[in-house]
Write a protein that binds this ligand. Sequence first.
Ligand SMILES: Nc1ncnc2c1ncn2[C@@H]1O[C@H](COP(=O)(O)OP(=O)(O)OP(=O)(O)O)[C@@H](O)[C@H]1O
Ligand SMILES: [Mg+2]
Length: 226
Amino acid sequence: MEILSVEHLTRVFGSGEGTVRALDDVSLSIEAGEFIAIVGSSGSGKSTLLHLMGGVDRPTSGTVRLMGEDIYRRTDEQLAIFRRREVGLIYQFNNLIPILSARENITLPALLDGRAVNENRLAELADALGLDGRMNHLPSQLSGGQQQRVAIARALMNAPAVILADEPTGNLDSRNSAEVMGLLRESSERFKQTLVVITHDEDIALMADRVIAIEDGRVASDARRT
Ligand SMILES: Nc1ncnc2c1ncn2[C@@H]1O[C@H](COP(=O)(O)OP(=O)(O)OP(=O)(O)O)[C@@H](O)[C@H]1O
Ligand SMILES: [Mg+2]
C-alpha cells in the first residue's frame, strides 16, 4: 500500500540571479512500512525533499500526498497539526527549544494538541536513548549527541505513521549511532512505521530496503534491495 507519494516536486529558492533549483521535478512512491535511505552529495537537495515530505515547507510546484491527501492544500495552521500528529521529523540540525527541558521538548507536541503524555512510552524512550537522568536538563546542558537523541525521542513519542530523519546519527559515535538506528528500526517494525532516513553512512544505507540517490535536485537512482 502506498503511504506517501511525491509528484513532480520542484522547489526553487530565491529569485533572479540567486535562484537555486533545490529540487527539480522529483516523483517517488513510498510504500507503508518501507525503510528508505536517501543519499547524495552535500547540497543535492536531500533536506529540501525531506522537509517537503514533512510539511515544513511549501513546494514551488508539484504535490506531496500522505495516504492520498495533498498535504499542501492545508492551511498553515492545519499543516502545523499535520506535523505534530502524522509525521515524526528529526531535523539535521536539531531544533530543540532552548528554554524547555528535554522532557518538555519531547512532550511539547502532545501538550500543544491537548493530549495526555504517555508516561510509559516516555520512560521507555528515555531508557532506550540513554537519556535517563537528563530529562530535566536544558538543551544547552546536553551534549550534541544527547540533544540529537532528545529530538529523536520527540519524533518517536506519538508513534507517527511516517518517520523522516535527516542524518539522525550525524552527531553520534559509531556505538550510539548503531543504537539509534536499532531503535528507529525497532520502532518502525513495532508500529509499522515508514522510515525515511537521509544518511552519509554506508552501513545505514546497507540496512535499508531501498536506497534513493539524489543529485542536483533529481532522483539519480532508486534501487530496492532484494
Ligand atoms: N532556504 C534556502 N534558501 C536558499 N537556498 C536554499 C535554502 N535551503 C536550501 N537551499 C539550497 O538548496 C540546495 C539543496 O539544499 P539541501 O539543504 O536540500 O541539501 P542537502 O542535500 O540536504 O545537503 P547536506 O548533505 O549538506 O545537508 C543547496 O544548494 C542549498 O544551498
Ligand atoms: Mg541536508
